[in-house]
Design a protein around this ligand. Structure first.
Ligand code: ADP
Length: 604
């Protein structure tokens, strides 16, 4: 429905009220004037009837005389005079011939007069074709007594003149009314404009409020003519706007705080509504699931995260309301991730469920570490059990009697000694590993810049006896002035491990070399590279990726036979990592191996 302006509500109703008043006044005035006129004419007719009554009474016996009297008096007094007998016949009439007139017994004024009263009636006369006022009085013959009516004398005058006078009065009232209506209309228009004008400004203001602009006060924009009600209404609106402004600011602050918490959370969080559309997704979740955090809200979860398991679990929580905790496999371009997902239903206010909230953690690394730790414990147990089983076997055999055979006993005890040395070596290596791990975790190892040559020489020196035993030559090639940022003791141990391996897996007569060189390095940071080369048996390519794992051996039997613990390279890797460096291996079966450590360093 089309809404009307306020002025068009006020103006027509005021106008209608004024019109109604004028019509009522006109009608009442007309009716009063008419009543007054009629009462006046009626009194006049009564007086005239009183005057002619005596003559008529006397002439009743002589009808012709009566008729001529009526005609004469009627003409003189401009009054119609009629005499009617008690049976309704016309005895005489001033205007018509009595024979041509119908019986008047039923006329209301005659009925009243015949009953002894004074009858009057205002009606349209068909005989004379105009409105007439009739007055009828009874005539009683003096001789017959007062009880019976001998005839009825009726006098009548036309009232058309009254109607005309009334029409003239009504016309004047009508003209006056038009003037009043025009003037009143203008005044009403002005008043209604004055009432409605403040609302125009208020409407503008309210629209500003709706847009969130509370800067302009409604009271300020009101004209001085505004009424008390409008002013207090505007004051209430201003108060409401102030409160709204306050509330919106508070909500905004809360929202920003929540946003900050949400987006800086390490846990990935995704909120979903009841229709499985994304309500919100934080930066961590976007990163983890590989989606655009800005575009996801409003979209269906299925379209955002293509993982059936996650969708199913969220669907389950949405339908059951029961929280769920699970681990799911998530595949993306980077590979496979193991995600720990906790989903609870989201509530708005009391008990009303509006969706679900999923908190996701990437536990891939954690699970991998757990696996490594489990494997490590299994490996350690296995590694320790081998020499212990061996020692126990030999000791039991000795106790069973072999001790009596001196040669056998000595050989057995030598084996027991070797195995216990092996045990010692494993434990030493394990301790070394855990020490390096602990040191690098607790704020890093102590690194200092120093000449690399000295460290390489010391390492080679340590291995010299072993090299001689194996008939393997050792050479060091380190240019003067090469400085490395290192922990001398640890780096020496790493080099020793690499050189010992190289000696172990070389044949007699071969040479193991330790060479160092400095370079510009990546990103402008100068580096030194230390390469330990041998021309021994080499390593098959399939072993290379796992070579630095604890207890990983490319050749189990040989490693054990050579007294290896399987921890040497793991220790090297940890030392190099603690230095912030890298270790690489290049090897070809039957040709030899090269282990290269890269550290921060320079040539002085
Ligand atoms: P181990 O104590 O058994 O030598 P490491 O961790 O030092 O343990 O070495 C792991 C494995 O890598 C060894 O078992 C061996 O098979 C292989 N390996 C290490 N260095 C060499 C090398 N220079 N030439 C050939 N194989 C090597």
């Amino acid at each position: 429905m089309r809404q009307k302006k306020l002025v068009w509500h006020i103006f027509p109703s005021f106008l209608a009220a004024i019109l109604l008043c004028i019509v009522a006044v006109t009608w009442y005035a007309s009716a009063s004037i008419q009543d007054f006129f009629l009462a006046h004419v009626e009194a006049d007719l009564m007086a005239r009837a009183g005057l002619v009554r005596a003559r008529v009474e006397r002439l009743l016996a002589d009808p012709s005389e009566l008729r001529s009297f009526c005609v004469q008096v009627g003409r003189e007094s401009v009054t119609r005079i009629t005499v009617i007998s008690p049976d309704g016949r016309i005895l005489a009439d001033s205007n018509e011939r009595p024979e041509s007139m119908e019986n008047h017994l039923k006329r209301p004024e005659i009925v009243t007069a015949l009953a002894g009263g004074t009858g009057q009636s205002l009606r349209f006369s068909r005989t004379l074709n105009e409105s007439m006022l009739y007055v009828a009085i009874p005539i009683r013959h003096a001789t017959t007594g007062a009880a019976t009516v001998d005839a009825v004398l009726r006098l009548a005058v036309p009232v058309t003149s009254i109607d005309r006078a009334l029409a003239a009065i009504q016309m004047r009232i009508g003209l006056g009314s038009i003037v009043v209506i025009v003037v009143a209309g203008l005044i009403v228009l002005l008043i209604s404009r004055r009432i409605s004008r403040p609302f125009e400004g208020m409407k503008q203001n309210a629209e500003d409020f709706a847009r969130g602009d509370f800067s302009r006060k409604m009271q300020m924009s009101l004209p001085d003519s505004a009424s008390l009600e409008v002013v207090s209404f505007a004051a209430s609106m201003d108060r409401m706007a102030e409160m709204l402004d306050d509330k919106i600011t508070t909500i905004e602050t809360h929202r920003k705080q929540l946003d900050a918490v949400f987006s800086s959370m390490i846990e990935a969080v995704v909120a979903i509504d009841k229709d499985e559309r994304v309500i919100g997704i934080n930066a961590a979740a976007a990163r983890l699931l590989g989606v655009d955090a800005g575009e996801a809200p409003g979209k269906f979860l299925q379209a955002v995260v293509r993982n059936i398991e996650l969708q199913d679990q969220i669907g389950g929580v949405l339908s059951s309301g029961e929280p769920v905790e699970n681990e799911i496999v998530f595949r993306d371009r980077e590979g496979e991730k193991l995600l720990q997902v906790r989903i609870v239903s989201l509530h708005a206010g009391r008990a009303k469920e509006v969706g679900a909230l999923a908190v996701i953690n990437d536990v891939t690394k954690l699970r991998r570490l757990e696996t490594i730790r489990r494997d490590f414990v299994a490996n350690v147990s296995h590694e320790l059990r081998t020499p212990i089983t061996s020692i126990r076997g030999y000791v039991e055999t000795l106790l069973d009697g072999a001790i009596d055979n001196r040669d056998v006993a000595v050989s057995f005890l030598q084996t027991v000694l070797r195995q216990s040395e092996r045990l010692n070596a494993i434990i030493d290596d394990l301790l070394a590993l855990s020490r390096i791990e602990q040191e690098s975790r607790a704020g890093g190892i102590d690194l200092r810049e120093g000449p690399l040559g000295k460290v390489l020489e010391a390492a080679v020196q340590t291995c010299r006896i072993e090299a001689e035993k194996a008939g393997v030559g050792l050479v060091v090639d380190c240019p003067e002035g090469i400085l490395a940022t290192m922990n001398d003791t640890l780096l020496e141990q790493a080099i020793v491990n690499l050189v010992v391996n190289a000696i172990r897996y070389s044949r007699s007569g071969e040479v193991v070399s330790v060479a160092a060189a400095s370079s510009a390095g990546e990103g402008g940071i100068p580096q030194v590279a230390i390469a330990v080369r041998d021309t021994g048996c080499g390593i098959a390519p399939k072993h290379l990726p796992r070579l630095f794992e604890r207890f990983y051996r490319s050749d189990q039997a040989r490693s054990r036979a050579e007294g290896g613990t399987g921890l040497g390279l793991a220790i090297v890797k940890h030392i190099v990592q603690a230095h912030g460096g890298t270790i690489d291996v290049r090897s070809q079966e039957g040709i030899g191996s090269e282990f290269i450590i890269t550290l921060e360093g320079r040539t002085a």
